[in-house]
Structure formats: C-alpha cells, structure tokens
Design a protein around this ligand. Structure first.
Ligand code: UDP
Length: 415
C-alpha cells in the first residue's frame, strides 16, 4: 500500500478556518484553506497550523476529509496584530513540535505562509529536516515603499524575508511580477517557482445579472461599481471613491468588507465614509459589511465592474473571483494584477492612485455594455485555463513530492 503523503501548512496569523472578511482575515486565509482542501482531495493528509486566538476556539477543526486546522497555544489567547506576533514564534514552534511528537506525525514537506510562518519554518527545519516551501503573500520591501508608517518590526521582517529566500528549498511566487520583486528587493540567491493563486470555480460562477440585482434589491438599469476586501489604506479604496465622484452620471458604489471599530480596519472604514460624505456620494454608496464567500458570486455578477484599486497587490484574489463570475475588473497596474488581468482583453489596468484614469476606465465600461460583456466572457475563459485551486494545488503537490525525493536522496548520499 502506498504511504499517505502528509504535509504541514503553516499560517501563524491567518487561520484557514476563520470567517473570511472579518478580523483582518483575507487572501492568505483563503489561500491556505483552499490549497489544503484541494491537496486533501488529491489524496494528501493535510495539517494546517495556526495560532489560537481565543479560549473558545476548538483546538482542532476538521475542514474536509484528510484536512484539519490545528490551533496552537503561542502567546495570549486573543487577537494580536501581525506586527506584534514575532515574539511568540518560539512558543509556536515548541507547541507544534509537541503536537507532532504526541501524534507521532512525520511530514513530507512544510509550506509556510507570510514571513512570520517562514521564520517558524526556518526554526523547524533544524529539527525536522524536511523541505520548506514558502509563499510570502506580501513582501516587506515592497510594502514599505508604499506606506508612510513603517512598523518597528520592519528591520526584523526584511532580514527574515531574505533568509527565507536564500534558505528554503523553494519559494513560490504567485505571479512573475512577485518573482521580479523578490529578485529586485530581496535577494539574487534562492530558488523560486511561479505558481499562481486560484479560484473555487464551483462557488464563483456567473449568476444572471438581472436575477442577481433583483436579489440584492438593485435596479436593473443602475450603473454599479463593486469593491470587496479588507479596509486597509494599501487597498486604495479612496481612489475608487474619488474616481466615482468624477463621473457625470449617478453610479451606485458598493464597498463590501468587514471591520472592527477602533482597530486599523475600523479607522480606515471611518475615513472612507468621511470621504464619501464630503464628495456628496453618501446616498449612492452602500457599505454592506462582511460578505460571505457563498454570497459573493451574486455581488460580482450584479456589478458592471469590480474595482481593485490597490497600491500594492502581490496577487489579489478578488480580481480572479470577479473574473470567474464574468465581471470585468478595473484594477491598478501593480503586482499580480498585471498577471491575472490582461489589459483590454479581460479588464482594464490603470496606474495606481490615478483617479482620473480610473474614472475614464469606469466610464468606458459603464457606458458600453458590449465591452463589459466581451471583457467578462474572456475573463471566465482565462480563469478556467490558468487559475483554479485544483490546478494550483496539483502543481504544489508535485513540487512537494519532487523536493521530498531530492531531500531524501541528499540525506541518503550523506549517510
Ligand atoms: N472576502 C470575503 N468577504 C469579505 C471581504 C473579503 O470573503 O467581506 C474575501 C475575498 O473574497 C477574497 C479575500 O477575502 O477571497 C481577499 O483576498 P485578496 O487577495 O483580494 O486580498 P488580501 O486580503 O490578501 O489583501
């Protein structure tokens, strides 16, 4: 009988079983959950390790056959911003090793996510001697070019991001643009494979536009722009609002995503609300709050365009989800968005922060339903050909296997 292939995915701050759209849970949580689920469907045994943030949380959650989330004690049992988690990483490693020992587990590979988990991987490899695969999700070196307030942990983060690239058996860039950033800003050393993010195409399918609008209570003839995601300055929601205000006809703006009052995302939500008010758009703007993944296909399909106005975006799941639903995306010409979106073919790419050009792109789609539909149809084809979680997970599973074989043969040639 063939031994079951067991892999560990580590996501210290992005719990794959978290409610997406709340408590800063976004793309990374979805990535780890979907990769885990799909690897399990391919026959892997998958353990996804994350930090426990509440005494009420179950320690183990089985999210699919062969795929479970293991929440480890490391630091306070409460939400802690990712900028303050570094100090708890040694405790995370200790808890993980205890779990592995108690359950007598051994892994073929460990796939770490974001620099915090990457550091966990660097510590684990000293003990477990298994290949480490790493996905950054965000690169400090690029992120800090785009923000005004640099956190005190920045120096540590940059040092660790470099060590990961130079040490891990493989780094996964989710777009060729991310790979170029790694080479330009992180290190020339280290091995990188490009494997994109994906979409759950069972969930993200086109819904008839009129039916979707009816369900949401939106008018058949309204012009509708949709944003969904975290409230974070780097998401550029302000550009969307200011660009919409430049249009000479009424537009309904739908800005979805959860937030917590007085936290970073709550403050950004408040700031965006004030800009909406000051531009006289309050009556036509809706903030529906956190949206369930199951409901999102209806929102994407009901909109004329989905807008992703980020200042920096390593990949950008929202763009591919909207495309899978046949909705064109107007996005900033940055990072992975230049990979998923083909300008003029599946959507429109615009320089980040450029409200004039965003307004022009909105106008082209809102006043030309034939263009909207053409871009939307090409989007669906592009997603089905290149960006499904099933395809992505197959590539990752093959990579783990190759690296495990290489590492075994290296060890046996040393022995
Ligand atoms: N999301 C959601 N509901 C919300 C807000 C966001 O389900 O209310 C999901 C969204 O569908 C996407 C993810 O959160 O799957 C955001 O990922 P993306 O890569 O666009 O941004 P990130 O969070 O990584 O910056």
């Amino acid at each position: 009988m063939q031994a079951q292939r067991r892999v560990a995915l580590i996501s210290v701050h992005g719990d794959p079983a978290a409610t997406i759209g709340a408590e800063q849970a976004g793309g990374q949580n979805v990535y780890v959950r979907e990769v885990g689920r799909h690897l399990a469907a391919l026959g892997h045994q998958v353990d996804m390790f994350t930090r426990r943030i509440s005494p009420d949380q179950p320690e183990i959650v089985q999210i699919a056959p062969g795929c479970r989330v293991v929440r480890l004690a490391a630091g306070p049992l409460e939400y802690t911003s990712r900028d303050h988690l570094y100090q708890y990483l040694p405790a995370f490693v200790t808890s993980l090793l205890q779990f592995v020992k108690k359950q007598r587990l051994s892994y073929e590979a460990v796939h770490t996510n974001y620099w915090l988990s990457g550091q966990v991987g660097l510590m684990l490899r000293e003990v477990l001697h298994i290949p480490q695969i790493h996905t950054y999700h965000s690169l400090g070196a690029v992120k800090y070019l785009n923000v005004t307030e640099i956190p005190s942990v920045a120096k540590t983060r940059l040092k660790i991001e470099k060590a990961i690239l130079e040490t891990a058996e493989r780094v996964v860039a989710t777009s060729p643009q991310e790979e170029a950033h790694m080479r330009q800003y992180v290190s020339r050393a280290g091995r990188i494979d490009v494997i994109p993010c994906g979409v759950d195409i069972e969930n993200f399918q086109p819904v008839d536009r009129s039916a979707a609008r009816k369900q949401l209570g939106w008018g058949e003839d309204e012009k509708i722009l949709f944003y969904v995601g975290r409230f974070d300055r780097r998401k550029g929601i302000e550009t969307l609002v200011r660009a919409a205000a430049r249009l000479s006809y009424p537009v309904r703006l739908v800005i979805g995503g959860g937030f917590t009052k007085d936290r970073g995302d709550g403050l950004e939500r408040e700031r965006i609300g004030q800009i909406v008010e000051s531009l006289g758009l309050a009556e036509r703007t809706v903030f529906p709050g956190r949206l369930d993944q199951e409901d999102l296909a209806t929102y994407y399909s009901a909109a004329d365009a989905t807008v992703v106005p980020s200042h920096y975006e390593p990949f950008g799941l929202v763009a591919v989800e909207a495309m899978a639903c046949g909705t064109p995306v107007v996005a900033s010409k940055v990072g992975g968005l230049c990979y998923s979106i083909v300008h003029e073919e599946t959507g429109l790419l615009v320089p980040p922060r450029d409200e004039m050009q965003f307004a022009e792109a909105f106008d082209r789609i809102l006043t030309n339903p034939a263009l909207r539909d053409k871009l939307g149809e090409a989007s669906i084809r592009r997603i089905h050909n290149h960006f499904t979680w099933a395809g992505v997970s197959r590539q990752l599973g093959n990579l783990y296997k190759r690296l495990a074989v290489e590492s075994n043969s290296q060890r046996s040639s040393v022995a």
